[in-house]
Structures are given as C-alpha cells and as structure tokens.
Ligand binder design. Structure first.
Ligand code: GLA
Length: 385
C-alpha cells in the first residue's frame, strides 16, 4: 500500500529527530472566478483543496531551526538572527519568521520535516500554503496569539519581501480560512468572507495542467499590478474618491480612454469587468444557475487572454476545446502564463472530454496534460493524534 504523505513526514521526522512531531496540514487553493482582482481591492472566489503540505514540527529549545524538505531531500539550518533572502524554498520560511519578528512575536528554533502532494508549478499556490502552514504551526507551538488574518498578511509579506512577488492576499487567505465543501466570496478590500456551497451537484471541478511552467509569472505579475496602479492614479485626477479599481466603472474608464495609455486602459478594463463578474457569479451560485455561471468563466478567460494578456497558447487552446465540447465553464486559473485551466464540467461528460483532450493535446503540443480531480477542503489545521 502507498504510504500517505502524513505517514512519510511522521516517519522521517521520528528517524531524524527521535521524537514524535506535531503534524499540521496546509492546503493549496483553486479559484473559481475572480482573477487579478485581489490586489485591486476586489472580490475573489477561492477555496482550499485536498492537495496540501504536511509539516512535522517540534520546538528544539535552541536558536537554530533545522528544516528538511522531504520531496527534494534538501536540508537547511538557520538562526532567526540571520535571515537573508537566499535561494529556493527556505526563503518562504525565513520570510514568515521575519514577519513574526517584525510583530515582536518571537518564535524559538524548530525541527521540521515537510512534504507535499501538490503538483509543482501547476499554479495551485503551493508557496502560499507553505508560508501559511509554517506560520500557523509556529503560532500554535509558541502561543503567539496571532489570528488567521494576521497569519495571511505575514505570508503575503514573505512573498513580497523575500521572493519579490507582489502578490495579493487571495492564496494565503484561502489556505487559512477555507471550509470543507464550500467556496468563499472574499472581499479583498476589508478582508471579510462569506462561505457559499458549490451547489452544482451534477457537475465536478477538473483542473487540466498545461504543463507550461510559468517562468515569466513573477515579473509579468508585478508589471500587471503596476499598470493597475498607474490606471488608478490617472483616474484619480478626475474622480478623486477612487482608491482602487474596485471603485471604478466601465463608463468612467471610457470617459478617460484618450488620456490613458492604451495598455493601461485594457488592463483596467479587464479588472473592472472581472470585479463585476464575480458579484454576478455569487448571485448565480446562490440561485444555482450553472449555465450562466459557466459563461462567466469563459468571459473571464478571454478577458485574461485578450485584455490582461496573461494567458498562453496552451490555455487558450484548452479553453477553446472546452467550449467546442459544450463544457459548462472553463478558464485559465491563477496568476497566468501556464499552470492549470479550471473546468466546471457535467459529470456525464468527464470521461469523453478527458479522452479527447489527452489525444488532441499531445498531437498539438507533444506533451501530456495532467488531470486533477479536486475536493473542496478545510483550511490550515493541526492533525489531532
Ligand atoms: C496569484 C497571486 C494571487 C492572485 C492571482 C491572480 O495566484 O498570488 O494573489 O493575484 O495570482 O488572481
């Protein structure tokens, strides 16, 4: 029988540190609709899934933290007094400790083994899960009294300061706050959320991994964010109450069209339309109108592709094929430039569609796509044992 990731982490921890660790689970996320809206004070509709990190961890009564990444078989030790951005995954963890220290919440040294079943580079936000899970574990073990929102902010800052990716709050918030079998409508302006059951019972969610690694993602992401900020500054000359694209209507953009740089205009137009779509999507979810909901997902995709320009040939191709096959909804998910498409698909269509994608995708791109069925899962938690 295959060993679960929990058991592997537990076993490696015990053989390495001769103690039984506390175990924490930190899930990856999907996002149903609402892309590139979080850093514009907009709404998003993410949730955690049953793909996650497991941390085995104990305090070690020293100044030094020793951390073993099981899947990569890499090990590092560092002290909280010597946190410098370096290479790879340890940056995320150092970033979390740095955020705690800046809040005068000082953790002691820890021994850690962590492992994961999150597919790498698939755009499921493993980095946010890594930061959120580590922060949550330290908060619990050292009684630091931080709430989940503060932990989400610490994770976000870790990405900003230690990775240089100016990400929004969505991924870490989803990893920390999600509830099993629900999605959340998250308002990124005031950090409040509402849980909504995904009540489309004859449908399932399938992710299709393009296998395109989003190498451009970080720099292109930051420059999309800058374009939005530039747009807001220009809009504020005429509409001084505008604080973010959340406050902008299409009619306002049109009024300013000639004053805005053409690219900035298209970026802003996408975001303003997308914020509007999510609110419509929430209403459709409540009234269980799956077909119109799916149409909005396609609209998001083509907005991401044509206006925001963060798609790629493979994602466009997959979404087009989904449309031709009358799949209810499909779009590229996450930051962009590859990763997965998210498909809202009638259960009865799943097998045929999958067969067709496998064959045609290979013929077209000479690589195998990967299919992930996902279940909507609970956010970061400690495993009772
Ligand atoms: C990445 C970022 C998020 C969000 C999405 C796009 O996943 O980490 O904050 O901006 O891209 O919606």
């Amino acid at each position: 029988m295959l060993m679960s990731i929990e058991n592997k982490v537990d076993a490696l921890f015990q053989s390495e540190f001769s103690r039984k660790p506390s175990l924490f689970i930190a899930p990856a996320r999907i996002n149903i609709i609402g892309e590139h809206t979080d850093y514009n004070d907009g709404f998003v509709m993410p949730t955690a899934i049953d793909k996650y990190f497991v941390f085995g961890i104990t305090p070690n009564e020293s100044e030094l933290s020793t951390i073993h990444a099981l899947d990569l078989d890499e090990k590092v030790s560092f002290s909280k007094d010597d946190l410098r951005p370096g290479h790879g995954w340890q940056n995320y963890l150092m970033g979390v400790i740095d955020g705690l220290i800046r809040r005068r919440k000082i953790p002691g040294g820890v021994n850690v083994v962590f492992g994961s079943n999150i597919p790498a580079g698939a755009g499921l936000s493993s980095s946010a899960a890594l930061c959120s899970g580590f922060g949550f574990a330290l908060n619990t073990l050292f009684d630091l009294s931080l709430d989940r929102l503060e932990l989400a902010k610490i994770s976000q800052e870790a990405e900003h300061h230690f990775i240089g990716a100016k990400v929004g709050i969505m991924d870490m918030y989803a990893s920390l706050f999600s509830k099993k079998d629900s999605v959340m409508l998250l308002d990124c302006r005031n950090y409040t959320h509402e849980y909504l059951p995904l009540g489309f019972t004859d449908h399932e969610i399938i992710l299709i991994d393009t296998k395109v690694k989003h190498t451009l993602a970080s720099s292109e992401y930051n420059n999309r964010r800058e374009a939005c900020e530039e747009g807001v500054k220009a809009i504020q000359h005429q509409f001084e109450n505008v604080k973010a694209l959340r406050d902008v209507r299409v009619s306002m953009l049109d009024k300013l069209r000639l004053e805005l740089d053409e690219t900035v205009y298209r970026r802003c137009l996408y975001v303003v339309q997308e914020i509007d779509r999510i609110q419509k999507a929430a209403t459709l979810l409540k009234s269980k109108d799956v077909s119109t909901f799916g149409t909005l997902m396609y609209e998001t995709h083509w907005g991401l592709s044509k206006l925001y320009e963060v798609s790629c040939t493979e994602s466009d191709w997959l979404v087009r094929l989904a449309g031709e096959n009358h799949i209810t909804g499909a779009r590229q998910m996450g930051g962009g430039f590859g990763g997965c498409t998210i498909n809202l698909i009638r259960k009865s269509q799943r097998v045929t569609f999958e067969e067709q994608v496998r064959k045609k995708y290979f013929d077209e791109f000479k690589k195998e796509p990967e299919f992930y069925s996902v279940n909507l899962a609970r956010g970061v938690h400690e495993v009772n044992r």
